[in-house]
Design a protein around this ligand. Structure first.
Ligand code: AMP
Ligand code: MG
Length: 491
Protein backbone atom coordinates (compact mmCIF):
# COMPACT_ATOMS: atom_id res chain seq x y z
CA UNK A 1 0.00 0.00 0.00
CA UNK A 2 2.27 2.78 -1.26
CA UNK A 3 0.22 5.67 0.11
CA UNK A 4 0.00 4.36 3.65
CA UNK A 5 3.63 3.38 3.83
CA UNK A 6 4.93 6.88 4.24
CA UNK A 7 1.90 8.29 6.04
CA UNK A 8 2.72 9.89 9.37
CA UNK A 9 0.26 9.73 12.21
CA UNK A 10 1.33 11.31 15.43
CA UNK A 11 0.24 9.73 18.70
CA UNK A 12 0.58 12.27 21.49
CA UNK A 13 -2.27 10.69 23.47
CA UNK A 14 -0.64 7.25 23.35
CA UNK A 15 2.80 8.69 24.07
CA UNK A 16 1.96 11.03 26.92
CA UNK A 17 -1.00 9.42 28.64
CA UNK A 18 -0.02 5.85 29.27
CA UNK A 19 -2.51 4.22 31.63
CA UNK A 20 -5.38 6.23 30.21
CA UNK A 21 -6.16 3.82 27.36
CA UNK A 22 -5.92 0.27 26.09
CA UNK A 23 -4.16 -0.47 22.81
CA UNK A 24 -6.70 -2.17 20.59
CA UNK A 25 -7.45 -2.96 16.95
CA UNK A 26 -10.53 -2.87 14.74
CA UNK A 27 -12.62 -5.97 14.10
CA UNK A 28 -12.60 -7.87 10.83
CA UNK A 29 -15.09 -6.51 8.37
CA UNK A 30 -16.59 -8.52 5.54
CA UNK A 31 -16.60 -6.02 2.72
CA UNK A 32 -15.94 -2.37 3.52
CA UNK A 33 -17.45 0.06 1.07
CA UNK A 34 -17.40 3.85 1.19
CA UNK A 35 -20.85 5.35 1.29
CA UNK A 36 -19.77 8.94 1.77
CA UNK A 37 -16.41 10.66 1.88
CA UNK A 38 -15.76 14.24 2.87
CA UNK A 39 -13.24 15.27 0.19
CA UNK A 40 -12.76 18.76 1.56
CA UNK A 41 -11.97 17.50 5.06
CA UNK A 42 -9.68 14.78 3.66
CA UNK A 43 -7.65 17.43 1.86
CA UNK A 44 -7.51 19.57 4.99
CA UNK A 45 -6.00 16.55 6.74
CA UNK A 46 -3.46 16.01 3.97
CA UNK A 47 -5.16 12.78 2.89
CA UNK A 48 -5.74 11.85 -0.72
CA UNK A 49 -9.49 11.49 -1.42
CA UNK A 50 -8.80 9.27 -4.43
CA UNK A 51 -6.87 6.86 -2.25
CA UNK A 52 -9.52 6.93 0.46
CA UNK A 53 -12.16 5.96 -2.09
CA UNK A 54 -10.17 2.91 -3.19
CA UNK A 55 -10.48 -0.59 -1.70
CA UNK A 56 -7.32 -0.04 0.33
CA UNK A 57 -8.67 3.32 1.45
CA UNK A 58 -11.82 1.67 2.78
CA UNK A 59 -9.73 -0.85 4.75
CA UNK A 60 -7.82 2.08 6.22
CA UNK A 61 -10.99 4.01 7.12
CA UNK A 62 -12.44 1.08 9.06
CA UNK A 63 -9.16 0.58 10.91
CA UNK A 64 -8.12 -2.76 9.38
CA UNK A 65 -5.11 -1.61 7.35
CA UNK A 66 -3.29 1.04 9.31
CA UNK A 67 0.06 2.61 8.54
CA UNK A 68 2.96 1.71 10.83
CA UNK A 69 2.80 5.13 12.43
CA UNK A 70 -0.70 4.46 13.76
CA UNK A 71 -1.23 3.39 17.36
CA UNK A 72 -4.86 2.47 17.66
CA UNK A 73 -6.40 2.54 21.11
CA UNK A 74 -9.62 2.69 23.12
CA UNK A 75 -9.76 5.60 25.56
CA UNK A 76 -10.89 5.22 29.15
CA UNK A 77 -13.55 7.54 30.50
CA UNK A 78 -16.34 7.67 33.04
CA UNK A 79 -19.44 9.82 33.04
CA UNK A 80 -22.52 11.09 34.79
CA UNK A 81 -25.40 9.80 32.69
CA UNK A 82 -28.66 11.60 33.49
CA UNK A 83 -27.19 12.49 36.85
CA UNK A 84 -26.02 8.99 37.83
CA UNK A 85 -22.31 8.25 37.90
CA UNK A 86 -20.95 5.41 35.73
CA UNK A 87 -17.31 4.99 36.79
CA UNK A 88 -16.28 2.96 33.75
CA UNK A 89 -17.59 3.78 30.28
CA UNK A 90 -14.76 4.24 27.79
CA UNK A 91 -14.67 3.59 24.05
CA UNK A 92 -16.90 0.52 23.84
CA UNK A 93 -17.25 0.65 20.09
CA UNK A 94 -14.69 3.18 19.00
CA UNK A 95 -10.97 3.61 18.47
CA UNK A 96 -8.58 6.49 18.18
CA UNK A 97 -6.24 5.48 15.34
CA UNK A 98 -3.93 8.46 15.54
CA UNK A 99 -3.56 12.19 15.24
CA UNK A 100 -2.87 14.23 12.15
CA UNK A 101 -1.41 17.71 12.05
CA UNK A 102 -3.65 19.25 9.41
CA UNK A 103 -2.83 21.82 6.73
CA UNK A 104 -3.63 24.62 9.22
CA UNK A 105 -1.17 23.04 11.68
CA UNK A 106 -3.97 21.93 13.99
CA UNK A 107 -3.78 18.55 15.71
CA UNK A 108 -6.82 16.41 14.90
CA UNK A 109 -7.89 12.99 16.18
CA UNK A 110 -8.91 10.40 13.62
CA UNK A 111 -11.40 8.17 15.34
CA UNK A 112 -13.58 5.25 14.31
CA UNK A 113 -17.05 4.68 15.65
CA UNK A 114 -18.48 1.19 15.14
CA UNK A 115 -15.11 -0.57 14.89
CA UNK A 116 -15.94 -3.56 17.10
CA UNK A 117 -15.84 -4.64 20.71
CA UNK A 118 -13.14 -3.37 23.08
CA UNK A 119 -12.38 -4.02 26.76
CA UNK A 120 -14.88 -1.19 27.48
CA UNK A 121 -17.79 -2.75 25.61
CA UNK A 122 -19.65 -4.13 28.64
CA UNK A 123 -22.82 -5.73 27.17
CA UNK A 124 -22.60 -3.90 23.82
CA UNK A 125 -21.78 -5.45 20.46
CA UNK A 126 -19.21 -2.81 19.52
CA UNK A 127 -21.04 -2.01 16.31
CA UNK A 128 -22.84 0.88 14.72
CA UNK A 129 -25.68 0.58 12.24
CA UNK A 130 -25.75 2.55 9.00
CA UNK A 131 -28.73 4.71 10.04
CA UNK A 132 -27.18 6.41 13.07
CA UNK A 133 -23.85 6.74 11.24
CA UNK A 134 -25.49 8.65 8.41
CA UNK A 135 -27.45 10.73 10.89
CA UNK A 136 -24.28 11.80 12.70
CA UNK A 137 -22.57 12.49 9.36
CA UNK A 138 -25.40 14.74 8.24
CA UNK A 139 -26.01 16.65 11.45
CA UNK A 140 -22.37 17.18 12.38
CA UNK A 141 -21.55 18.52 8.91
CA UNK A 142 -24.62 20.78 9.04
CA UNK A 143 -23.46 22.09 12.41
CA UNK A 144 -20.01 22.82 11.00
CA UNK A 145 -21.53 24.65 8.04
CA UNK A 146 -23.58 26.78 10.46
CA UNK A 147 -20.42 27.73 12.34
CA UNK A 148 -20.90 25.52 15.41
CA UNK A 149 -17.75 23.94 16.90
CA UNK A 150 -18.16 20.21 16.34
CA UNK A 151 -16.54 16.90 15.60
CA UNK A 152 -16.50 16.34 11.84
CA UNK A 153 -17.42 13.41 9.62
CA UNK A 154 -14.65 12.21 7.32
CA UNK A 155 -16.33 9.07 6.01
CA UNK A 156 -19.24 6.69 6.36
CA UNK A 157 -18.37 3.14 5.40
CA UNK A 158 -20.62 0.10 5.33
CA UNK A 159 -18.74 -2.90 6.67
CA UNK A 160 -20.59 -5.72 4.94
CA UNK A 161 -21.34 -7.10 8.42
CA UNK A 162 -24.92 -7.20 9.66
CA UNK A 163 -25.77 -5.79 13.08
CA UNK A 164 -28.77 -6.67 15.17
CA UNK A 165 -30.94 -3.68 16.09
CA UNK A 166 -34.71 -3.74 15.45
CA UNK A 167 -33.94 -6.44 12.94
CA UNK A 168 -30.70 -7.04 11.06
CA UNK A 169 -29.26 -3.84 9.65
CA UNK A 170 -26.17 -3.03 7.60
CA UNK A 171 -23.20 -2.37 9.90
CA UNK A 172 -21.16 0.78 9.36
CA UNK A 173 -18.23 2.77 10.65
CA UNK A 174 -18.14 6.53 10.98
CA UNK A 175 -14.63 7.93 10.63
CA UNK A 176 -14.74 11.02 12.76
CA UNK A 177 -12.32 13.89 13.18
CA UNK A 178 -12.09 16.01 16.32
CA UNK A 179 -9.70 18.48 17.84
CA UNK A 180 -9.54 15.85 20.61
CA UNK A 181 -11.80 13.38 22.37
CA UNK A 182 -10.97 14.62 25.87
CA UNK A 183 -14.16 14.79 27.88
CA UNK A 184 -15.18 15.84 31.37
CA UNK A 185 -15.71 12.09 31.80
CA UNK A 186 -12.03 11.42 31.01
CA UNK A 187 -11.08 13.49 34.04
CA UNK A 188 -13.79 11.84 36.11
CA UNK A 189 -12.45 8.35 35.37
CA UNK A 190 -9.20 9.04 37.18
CA UNK A 191 -10.54 11.48 39.77
CA UNK A 192 -13.02 8.82 40.91
CA UNK A 193 -10.14 6.38 41.38
CA UNK A 194 -8.17 8.99 43.31
CA UNK A 195 -5.43 8.72 40.70
CA UNK A 196 -4.34 12.32 41.20
CA UNK A 197 -1.14 11.96 39.25
CA UNK A 198 -3.07 10.85 36.16
CA UNK A 199 -5.55 13.70 36.54
CA UNK A 200 -2.63 16.10 36.63
CA UNK A 201 -1.02 14.54 33.56
CA UNK A 202 -4.33 14.75 31.78
CA UNK A 203 -4.81 18.39 32.77
CA UNK A 204 -1.30 19.25 31.54
CA UNK A 205 -1.99 17.43 28.31
CA UNK A 206 -5.34 19.24 27.85
CA UNK A 207 -3.65 22.59 28.46
CA UNK A 208 -0.84 21.88 25.99
CA UNK A 209 -3.28 20.68 23.37
CA UNK A 210 -6.15 23.14 23.69
CA UNK A 211 -5.07 26.08 25.81
CA UNK A 212 -1.29 26.42 25.40
CA UNK A 213 -1.48 30.09 26.34
CA UNK A 214 -2.17 28.94 29.93
CA UNK A 215 1.00 26.89 30.31
CA UNK A 216 3.07 29.60 31.93
CA UNK A 217 0.37 31.38 33.91
CA UNK A 218 0.21 31.56 37.73
CA UNK A 219 -2.58 29.05 38.18
CA UNK A 220 -2.91 27.11 34.96
CA UNK A 221 -5.41 24.63 36.39
CA UNK A 222 -7.80 27.36 37.44
CA UNK A 223 -7.18 28.81 33.99
CA UNK A 224 -8.15 25.45 32.45
CA UNK A 225 -11.41 25.49 34.37
CA UNK A 226 -12.14 29.04 33.20
CA UNK A 227 -11.26 28.19 29.60
CA UNK A 228 -13.51 25.12 29.48
CA UNK A 229 -16.35 27.11 31.06
CA UNK A 230 -15.91 29.82 28.46
CA UNK A 231 -15.85 27.50 25.44
CA UNK A 232 -18.76 25.42 26.66
CA UNK A 233 -20.91 28.48 27.43
CA UNK A 234 -20.20 29.80 23.94
CA UNK A 235 -21.09 26.40 22.48
CA UNK A 236 -24.39 25.91 24.27
CA UNK A 237 -25.46 29.51 23.48
CA UNK A 238 -24.81 28.68 19.82
CA UNK A 239 -26.95 25.50 20.06
CA UNK A 240 -29.76 27.47 21.64
CA UNK A 241 -29.53 30.16 18.97
CA UNK A 242 -30.20 27.51 16.33
CA UNK A 243 -32.98 25.61 18.10
CA UNK A 244 -30.71 22.60 18.60
CA UNK A 245 -31.46 20.07 21.33
CA UNK A 246 -28.41 17.91 22.01
CA UNK A 247 -30.42 15.36 23.94
CA UNK A 248 -27.69 13.59 25.90
CA UNK A 249 -25.63 16.17 27.75
CA UNK A 250 -23.93 13.61 29.96
CA UNK A 251 -20.45 14.46 31.22
CA UNK A 252 -18.90 11.91 28.85
CA UNK A 253 -20.36 13.98 26.04
CA UNK A 254 -19.00 17.31 27.32
CA UNK A 255 -15.71 18.03 25.59
CA UNK A 256 -12.72 19.89 26.97
CA UNK A 257 -12.21 21.49 23.54
CA UNK A 258 -15.74 22.96 23.43
CA UNK A 259 -16.75 20.95 20.37
CA UNK A 260 -20.17 19.32 20.05
CA UNK A 261 -19.85 15.55 20.36
CA UNK A 262 -22.29 12.65 20.17
CA UNK A 263 -25.17 13.12 17.80
CA UNK A 264 -27.15 10.05 18.95
CA UNK A 265 -30.47 11.53 20.09
CA UNK A 266 -30.19 15.18 19.01
CA UNK A 267 -32.82 17.08 17.04
CA UNK A 268 -33.68 20.58 15.86
CA UNK A 269 -37.01 21.98 16.90
CA UNK A 270 -39.41 23.11 14.19
CA UNK A 271 -41.77 25.38 16.14
CA UNK A 272 -40.40 27.22 19.15
CA UNK A 273 -40.93 25.17 22.31
CA UNK A 274 -38.78 25.68 25.40
CA UNK A 275 -39.75 22.17 26.57
CA UNK A 276 -38.67 20.52 23.32
CA UNK A 277 -37.28 17.09 24.15
CA UNK A 278 -36.92 14.21 21.70
CA UNK A 279 -34.84 11.48 23.30
CA UNK A 280 -36.75 8.30 24.15
CA UNK A 281 -34.81 7.93 27.40
CA UNK A 282 -35.05 11.56 28.57
CA UNK A 283 -38.36 10.94 30.29
CA UNK A 284 -38.26 13.95 32.60
CA UNK A 285 -36.87 16.43 30.08
CA UNK A 286 -33.55 16.82 31.90
CA UNK A 287 -31.89 17.82 28.62
CA UNK A 288 -34.81 19.64 26.99
CA UNK A 289 -34.11 22.79 24.93
CA UNK A 290 -34.38 25.33 27.72
CA UNK A 291 -32.62 23.16 30.34
CA UNK A 292 -29.40 22.96 28.33
CA UNK A 293 -27.67 25.89 30.09
CA UNK A 294 -28.56 24.35 33.46
CA UNK A 295 -27.30 20.92 32.43
CA UNK A 296 -24.10 22.58 31.26
CA UNK A 297 -23.65 24.34 34.58
CA UNK A 298 -24.07 21.01 36.36
CA UNK A 299 -21.54 19.29 34.06
CA UNK A 300 -19.01 22.05 34.57
CA UNK A 301 -19.34 21.66 38.33
CA UNK A 302 -18.45 17.97 37.89
CA UNK A 303 -15.40 19.03 35.89
CA UNK A 304 -14.36 21.49 38.58
CA UNK A 305 -14.53 18.68 41.17
CA UNK A 306 -12.04 16.59 39.24
CA UNK A 307 -9.36 19.26 39.21
CA UNK A 308 -10.00 20.71 42.69
CA UNK A 309 -6.87 19.06 44.13
CA UNK A 310 -4.78 20.79 41.43
CA UNK A 311 -6.12 24.32 41.86
CA UNK A 312 -4.41 24.85 45.20
CA UNK A 313 -2.40 21.78 46.09
CA UNK A 314 -1.68 23.07 49.61
CA UNK A 315 -4.89 24.71 50.64
CA UNK A 316 -8.03 22.70 49.97
CA UNK A 317 -10.28 25.47 51.28
CA UNK A 318 -8.79 27.92 48.84
CA UNK A 319 -9.35 25.47 45.96
CA UNK A 320 -13.04 25.30 46.87
CA UNK A 321 -13.28 29.09 47.10
CA UNK A 322 -11.59 29.69 43.76
CA UNK A 323 -13.58 27.01 41.93
CA UNK A 324 -16.78 28.21 43.65
CA UNK A 325 -16.21 31.73 42.34
CA UNK A 326 -15.95 30.31 38.83
CA UNK A 327 -19.17 28.36 39.29
CA UNK A 328 -20.96 31.59 40.26
CA UNK A 329 -19.80 33.21 37.03
CA UNK A 330 -21.17 30.52 34.70
CA UNK A 331 -24.74 31.80 34.59
CA UNK A 332 -23.88 35.43 33.71
CA UNK A 333 -21.23 34.23 31.29
CA UNK A 334 -23.70 31.99 29.48
CA UNK A 335 -26.29 34.78 29.44
CA UNK A 336 -23.80 37.18 27.87
CA UNK A 337 -23.14 34.66 25.07
CA UNK A 338 -26.87 34.04 24.67
CA UNK A 339 -27.58 37.75 24.41
CA UNK A 340 -24.80 38.23 21.88
CA UNK A 341 -26.03 35.31 19.74
CA UNK A 342 -29.65 36.44 19.80
CA UNK A 343 -28.71 40.07 19.12
CA UNK A 344 -26.85 39.22 15.95
CA UNK A 345 -29.73 37.01 14.83
CA UNK A 346 -31.97 40.06 15.06
CA UNK A 347 -29.45 42.40 13.49
CA UNK A 348 -29.16 44.50 16.65
CA UNK A 349 -26.15 46.75 16.70
CA UNK A 350 -24.05 46.70 19.93
CA UNK A 351 -26.26 45.16 22.60
CA UNK A 352 -28.19 47.57 24.85
CA UNK A 353 -29.66 46.78 28.25
CA UNK A 354 -33.23 46.84 26.89
CA UNK A 355 -32.42 44.22 24.22
CA UNK A 356 -32.90 41.31 26.60
CA UNK A 357 -36.56 42.14 27.10
CA UNK A 358 -37.04 42.80 23.38
CA UNK A 359 -35.71 39.28 22.67
CA UNK A 360 -37.66 37.65 25.50
CA UNK A 361 -40.87 39.32 24.35
CA UNK A 362 -40.36 37.85 20.90
CA UNK A 363 -39.83 34.37 22.33
CA UNK A 364 -42.98 34.64 24.41
CA UNK A 365 -44.98 35.41 21.26
CA UNK A 366 -43.29 32.53 19.39
CA UNK A 367 -44.12 30.14 22.19
CA UNK A 368 -47.78 31.17 22.31
CA UNK A 369 -48.09 30.94 18.56
CA UNK A 370 -45.95 27.83 17.97
CA UNK A 371 -43.96 29.56 15.24
CA UNK A 372 -41.26 27.84 13.21
CA UNK A 373 -38.00 28.97 14.80
CA UNK A 374 -35.74 28.79 11.75
CA UNK A 375 -38.14 30.36 9.26
CA UNK A 376 -38.88 33.25 11.59
CA UNK A 377 -35.41 34.80 11.43
CA UNK A 378 -35.19 34.56 7.65
CA UNK A 379 -38.59 36.22 7.32
CA UNK A 380 -37.64 38.97 9.73
CA UNK A 381 -34.91 39.88 7.27
CA UNK A 382 -37.66 40.26 4.63
CA UNK A 383 -39.36 42.82 6.87
CA UNK A 384 -36.26 44.99 6.56
CA UNK A 385 -36.69 44.83 2.80
CA UNK A 386 -40.21 46.20 3.29
CA UNK A 387 -42.03 42.89 3.01
CA UNK A 388 -43.94 42.10 6.18
CA UNK A 389 -46.24 39.53 4.60
CA UNK A 390 -44.00 36.43 4.88
CA UNK A 391 -43.35 36.89 8.59
CA UNK A 392 -46.97 37.68 9.40
CA UNK A 393 -48.05 34.52 7.61
CA UNK A 394 -46.31 32.53 10.34
CA UNK A 395 -48.73 33.86 12.99
CA UNK A 396 -52.41 33.17 13.51
CA UNK A 397 -52.93 36.10 15.87
CA UNK A 398 -50.93 38.89 14.23
CA UNK A 399 -51.57 41.69 16.71
CA UNK A 400 -48.73 40.86 19.09
CA UNK A 401 -46.11 40.36 16.41
CA UNK A 402 -47.26 43.59 14.74
CA UNK A 403 -46.47 45.64 17.81
CA UNK A 404 -43.22 43.74 18.39
CA UNK A 405 -42.12 44.55 14.83
CA UNK A 406 -42.72 48.24 15.48
CA UNK A 407 -40.48 48.07 18.55
CA UNK A 408 -37.79 46.16 16.68
CA UNK A 409 -37.71 48.54 13.71
CA UNK A 410 -37.53 51.45 16.16
CA UNK A 411 -34.49 49.80 17.74
CA UNK A 412 -32.83 49.60 14.29
CA UNK A 413 -33.49 53.27 13.54
CA UNK A 414 -30.64 55.05 11.81
CA UNK A 415 -29.17 51.83 10.37
CA UNK A 416 -29.15 50.72 6.76
CA UNK A 417 -31.90 48.11 6.94
CA UNK A 418 -30.91 46.42 3.69
CA UNK A 419 -27.38 45.89 4.95
CA UNK A 420 -28.72 44.45 8.20
CA UNK A 421 -31.04 42.10 6.28
CA UNK A 422 -28.08 40.83 4.25
CA UNK A 423 -26.07 40.28 7.39
CA UNK A 424 -28.92 38.45 9.14
CA UNK A 425 -29.12 36.03 6.25
CA UNK A 426 -25.47 35.11 6.71
CA UNK A 427 -26.18 34.23 10.36
CA UNK A 428 -29.66 32.71 10.32
CA UNK A 429 -29.77 29.48 8.32
CA UNK A 430 -32.52 28.87 5.79
CA UNK A 431 -31.88 25.13 6.00
CA UNK A 432 -31.37 22.99 9.06
CA UNK A 433 -31.44 19.18 9.15
CA UNK A 434 -35.16 19.00 9.77
CA UNK A 435 -36.21 15.86 11.56
CA UNK A 436 -38.62 14.57 8.92
CA UNK A 437 -36.04 15.08 6.18
CA UNK A 438 -33.27 13.39 8.16
CA UNK A 439 -35.53 10.44 8.88
CA UNK A 440 -36.60 10.10 5.25
CA UNK A 441 -32.97 10.26 4.03
CA UNK A 442 -31.77 7.75 6.61
CA UNK A 443 -34.69 5.39 5.97
CA UNK A 444 -34.12 5.42 2.21
CA UNK A 445 -30.44 4.61 2.73
CA UNK A 446 -31.06 1.91 5.33
CA UNK A 447 -34.07 0.13 3.91
CA UNK A 448 -33.66 0.64 0.16
CA UNK A 449 -29.93 1.35 -0.09
CA UNK A 450 -30.94 4.53 -1.91
CA UNK A 451 -28.40 7.20 -0.95
CA UNK A 452 -29.74 9.91 -3.23
CA UNK A 453 -31.98 11.64 -0.61
CA UNK A 454 -29.07 11.60 1.86
CA UNK A 455 -26.69 13.20 -0.60
CA UNK A 456 -29.22 15.80 -1.61
CA UNK A 457 -30.00 16.72 2.00
CA UNK A 458 -26.30 16.82 2.86
CA UNK A 459 -25.75 19.25 0.00
CA UNK A 460 -28.58 21.48 1.22
CA UNK A 461 -27.66 21.57 4.91
CA UNK A 462 -23.98 22.17 4.21
CA UNK A 463 -25.01 25.31 2.27
CA UNK A 464 -27.41 26.57 4.91
CA UNK A 465 -27.40 30.29 4.13
CA UNK A 466 -27.84 30.23 0.35
CA UNK A 467 -31.57 30.26 -0.21
CA UNK A 468 -32.49 28.59 -3.49
CA UNK A 469 -35.86 28.37 -5.18
CA UNK A 470 -35.50 24.67 -5.97
CA UNK A 471 -34.81 23.91 -2.30
CA UNK A 472 -38.14 25.33 -1.12
CA UNK A 473 -39.31 22.04 0.43
CA UNK A 474 -36.20 21.85 2.63
CA UNK A 475 -37.29 25.03 4.41
CA UNK A 476 -40.64 23.63 5.45
CA UNK A 477 -41.40 22.18 8.88
CA UNK A 478 -42.58 18.59 9.17
CA UNK A 479 -46.15 17.97 8.00
CA UNK A 480 -48.61 17.24 10.88
CA UNK A 481 -48.68 13.59 9.76
CA UNK A 482 -45.03 13.26 10.91
CA UNK A 483 -46.29 13.44 14.51
CA UNK A 484 -44.23 13.64 17.67
CA UNK A 485 -40.54 12.94 16.92
CA UNK A 486 -38.59 10.49 19.06
CA UNK A 487 -34.83 9.91 18.91
CA UNK A 488 -32.68 7.09 20.27
CA UNK A 489 -29.19 6.89 21.84
CA UNK A 490 -26.28 4.68 20.95
CA UNK A 491 -27.82 2.55 18.26
P1 AMP B 1 -22.93 6.79 23.58
O1 AMP B 1 -24.39 6.64 23.82
O2 AMP B 1 -22.54 6.49 22.15
O3 AMP B 1 -22.37 8.06 24.11
O4 AMP B 1 -22.24 5.64 24.43
C1 AMP B 1 -22.19 5.62 25.82
C2 AMP B 1 -21.31 4.49 26.24
O5 AMP B 1 -21.85 3.24 25.77
C3 AMP B 1 -19.89 4.54 25.70
O6 AMP B 1 -19.05 3.96 26.65
C4 AMP B 1 -19.97 3.69 24.47
O7 AMP B 1 -18.71 3.17 24.09
C5 AMP B 1 -20.92 2.60 24.92
N1 AMP B 1 -21.66 2.01 23.79
C6 AMP B 1 -22.69 2.55 23.11
N2 AMP B 1 -23.11 1.70 22.14
C7 AMP B 1 -22.33 0.59 22.21
C8 AMP B 1 -22.26 -0.63 21.49
N3 AMP B 1 -23.10 -0.92 20.48
N4 AMP B 1 -21.30 -1.51 21.86
C9 AMP B 1 -20.46 -1.26 22.87
N5 AMP B 1 -20.47 -0.12 23.59
C10 AMP B 1 -21.40 0.80 23.27
MG1 MG C 1 -21.04 9.48 23.85
Amino acid sequence: MPFLKGFQFDNSYARELEGLYVKWGGQKVADPSIVQLNDELALELGLNPQFLKSKDGAQFLVGRELPESSISLAQAYAGHQFGGFAPSLGDGRALLIGEIIDTHKNRRDVYLKGSGRTPFSRGGDGNAAIGPVLREYLVSEAMHAMGVPTTRALAAITTGNKVRRDGLEPGAVLTRVASSHLRVGTFQYFAARKEDEKVKRLADYAIARHYPELANTDNKYLGLLQAVIDRQCALVAKWVSLGFVHGVMNTDNTTISGETIDYGPCAFMDYYDPQACYSSIDRYGRYCYSNQPLALQWNLARFAETILPLIDEEDKGNSYRLAGDEMDKIKPQYEAYWLAEMSVKLGLPLTQSSDKSLIENLFKILEDEKVDFTQLFRRLADVLRSDKKPVKALFIDQTKIDSWLVEWIERLKGQDLHVIAEKMNTINPAYIPRNHLVEAAVQAATKELDFEPFEQLLNVVTNPFEQREQWHRFEQPAPPSFGQYTTFCGT
